[in-house]
Ligand binder design. Sequence first.
Ligand code: TXA
Ligand code: MG
Length: 350
Amino acid sequence: MKTTIIKVDPSSIKAEDMKKAGALIKAGELVAFPTETVYGLGADALKEEASKKIYAAKGRPSDNPLIVHIADFEALEEIVEVLPKEAKLLADAFWPGPLTMRFIKNSRVPDGTTGGLNTVAVRMPNHPIALEFIRAAGGYIAAPSANRSGRPSPTLAEHVAEDMDGIIPMIIDGGQVGIGIESTIVDLAEDEISILRPGFITKEMLEEVLGQPVVFDKGIDGCHPDVQPKAPGMKYRHYAPKAEMVIIDGDLDRVVAYINKESERLLAEGKKVGVMATEETVLQYKATDIKSMGSRKNPGSLAYNFYKILREFDDEEVDFIFSEGLGEDGVEHAVMNRMIRAAGHKKIQL
Ligand code: TXA
Ligand code: MG
């Protein structure tokens, strides 16, 4: 299949481009598109056969449900069985934006979209192209991140092309995304409100709007092998670069010393070593390939660069990646959550 890449300027979107993309979705095809978090791989969420194509294109396990993207709050009422009052509060505060809410679904949403679950996760993305595209496509787009399953999520259209060229008919190139990690997922389908995946919208932000405590799902960081996460996607090795990756966590001076010592040993063996550092430490490393995720004083910068750096290490064919660990709260925790999976849970605590 030939993949057409169309460049779209988010500040002057041509109706004609959106019409073409929308027509592909209406015909049951797949279109990759930018959102503010990561690029999504879209299909008509209300057509089982279309959603199924997503699983094939990604190589994704069929029990891993898709997020349904909408462009208007009213669209939500059409697909859920119960609309809890918290949904309106959170939508008013954070939609369009990087927050996904989970509800009990109604029969309009096919099982093929939700991996057989009776719940549906819904999000309204804050990206002008995504919103126009969803409207042009009929209002309901099922979209996982547009990477092959197990690869780092795409933050540029070039990343999508690396994974999906020849597999899908269209990629909408809207430039680099603004946030860089996937949305926060909050569960409104059960009595207790819990976070199923951390993201840019933090626990504290949710609690402030809701005026009640919000808990983290126990399986969220995958640290307890016997606890199943409520979001099936959280159980897979994810976001993984090709190289072997280890997180080194703890006091930063000791982290730098440890990584330098280990890099020297690996370099002597003829290995190519990559380091994921931060602005605070980047000048202190001796490995072959050193990249800064951003500043610890600005956690958003860490999210913005994280996946891009993992893909750069793949391109540069490093054999080994050492990454500095990040903090346990807010956006740093959200990035660390992805890092733990990228490293296949390999972490050394100093
Ligand atoms: O920012 C995002 O959310 C991006 C962009 C494209 O919107 N999408 C995204 O989709 O990250 P994906 O498929 O890569 O991750 C969706 C996660 C998976 O872990 C999946 O298991 C979980 O959401 N999920 C979806 N529907 C669910 C449901 N009904 N119950 C529990 N978990 C669900
Ligand atoms: Mg994903």
